[in-house]
Unconditional design. Structure first.
Lengths: 350, 131
């Protein structure tokens, strides 16, 4: 049995911090935001975390799929900003959504790619018949050392998919591959509040090599060519990299821009490329074929070929749209951002 | 104030989801799962899960709370009339104070509402945000 996406949901906090304010505060050249392709980033409130945002996206995904808690056999929660170092987030979300107890549920960690792995695992479970439907969640309140380059992009958001039989789905997952190596381009050590990165090394041997390799591997295995894809979505660490990697693959910019979300909301890590997919499921006409390639530092990519089905436009009406969430925005200052994200050191309860 | 993981665990269903108790005797409804009707005392009750949507009937700004979750003060607390007709009190989030209006459509969201301490259990529960 082939697998498909039966429902999807997204969550983007409506509070936004402008890249120009970050540049001014930390003494960067005012032209840097444009060079990064960044206008704003979304900011979660004090009481939000990966669990709460993932819950919202998953609730909408289940509604679109028409799935109850009894229909979900597995829950995969992809994040690199777990509220607990030890204690699964998947179980909290599953209980809060009323997902039955007889299920597989686990958190996945592979930097920004864990939810993409969850999609591939789900394809395997559905195709093998071990699960009827799975719930895959990508959710992050991405951390950045204040004033670091990452501060321009690290943002908050979530996305979720119900993966089940392709027959009757909103989008059929016709093929997928993974490409993984040991590449130390970005990491966060235990007890470190913020990640470190290897500057330009995050680009060439990490992001570009893995995405290009996974995309080419997918095309080799399926016989599909670049021109067979109507849209392409790549992981979006900033607004510039996805366009650069598209050029390397010979994919025209107009096939990439519709799935770009990072310039407006920042890099939502595990939700990044998958939010682009959610957006296209709401906008792409049926029969469109989408090339989706995730990326996670460390490093690895998953490439998918996804074909939008006739039911997608109708299912899109059953929940809030990504484009509307992007456009619903309230600007916050850097000081409000610091309060929202707990960057201020306070004595509590004194 | 330190909460109790054990106590929370026992009642988490009523914290994570909004249920409405419908009385089979007097026909009235009340928010939360209850073993007996709060109006007539009948134990002939059934439960339905709320859609989580409703209308904000009134609200106020709060500057104080008893537990350790002072980080997000000040905050807004409101009375929401759910689509199922019952009222519930909850925090209103995702909105600036000057955007709040009586009659505003809201929907339930899961949020953190407290934590024992920086290393304690995080307590999640339902709040409301504008649709």
């Amino acid at each position: 049995m082939d697998a498909g996406i039966r429902g999807w949901g997204a969550y983007i906090p409506r509070f936004r911090l402008s890249a120009s304010e970050i540049a001014a505060l930390w003494g960067y050249d005012g032209r840097l935001p444009k060079a990064l392709g960044m206008a704003e980033k979304s900011v979660a409130e004090e009481d939000e975390d990966a669990v709460t945002m993932g819950w919202y996206a998953a609730r909408v995904a289940m509604r679109r799929a028409g799935a109850s808690g009894d229909d979900i056999d597995a829950v995969f929660f992809g994040t690199e900003s777990k509220p607990y170092a030890v204690k699964p987030s998947a179980t909290i979300v599953a209980d809060a959504l009323g997902v039955k107890r007889r299920k597989l549920a686990t958190d996945l960690e592979f930097a920004c790619r864990a939810a993409g792995e969850g999609m591939r695992i789900s394809v395997g479970l559905v195709k093998s018949g071990l699960a009827r439907n799975t719930l895959v969640i990508g959710s992050d309140t991405a951390q950045a050392n204040p004033g670091d380059l990452l501060d321009f992009t690290a943002s908050s958001g979530a996305v979720a998919f119900v993966v089940g039989p392709a027959d009757g789905s909103a989008a059929a997952i016709e093929a997928s591959v993974s490409y993984v190596t040991d590449t130390p381009d970005f990491w966060r050590r235990d007890r470190s509040p913020y990640p470190e990165h290897a500057e330009i090394f995050t680009g060439e041997p990490a992001y570009f090599h893995h995405i290009v390799s996974a995309a080419r591997l997918l095309m080799e295995e399926t016989g599909l060519k670049v021109e067979d894809f109507d849209y392409a979505i790549f992981h979006q660490p900033n607004g510039r990299f996805p366009l650069q990697v598209a050029r390397m693959l010979g994919i025209p910019q107009e096939k990439v821009v519709p799935g770009l979300v990072t310039p407006y909301i920042g890099n939502t890590y595990n939700a990044s490329a998958l939010l682009g997919l959610a957006k296209l499921l709401e906008e792409a006409p049926p029969k469109s074929r989408i090339l989706l390639v995730t990326f996670g530092s460390g490093a690895g990519s998953d490439a998918f070929s996804i074909v939008v089905q006739d039911s997608a436009p109708e299912l899109a009406k059953r929940g809030p749209r990504v484009a509307d969430m992007i456009n619903s925005r309230v600007q916050v200052s850097y000081s409000e951002y610091s309060k929202f994200r707990g960057l201020l050191l306070r004595n509590i309860g004194g | 104030m330190r909460l109790s993981p054990q106590q929370f665990w026992r009642v988490r269903e009523n914290e994570y989801r909004i249920f409405v108790t419908v009385c089979g005797s007097c026909g009235r409804s009340a928010v939360f799962k209850r073993s007996a009707c709060p109006y007539c005392g009948s134990s002939d009750v059934r439960y339905v899960e709320s859609s989580g949507t409703g209308v904000l009937e009134s609200f106020t700004k709060v500057y104080y709370r008893r537990d350790s979750s002072e980080d997000d003060l000040p905050k807004f607390v409101g009375v929401v009339r759910l689509s199922e007709g019952v009222r519930v009190v909850g925090e209103i989030v995702g909105v600036r104070g000057d955007e709040l209006r009586e009659g505003m459509e809201v929907e339930a969201v899961l949020r953190r509402y407290a934590s024992d301490d920086p290393y304690g259990v995080i307590y999640y529960g339902i709040k409301f945000k504008p649709v």
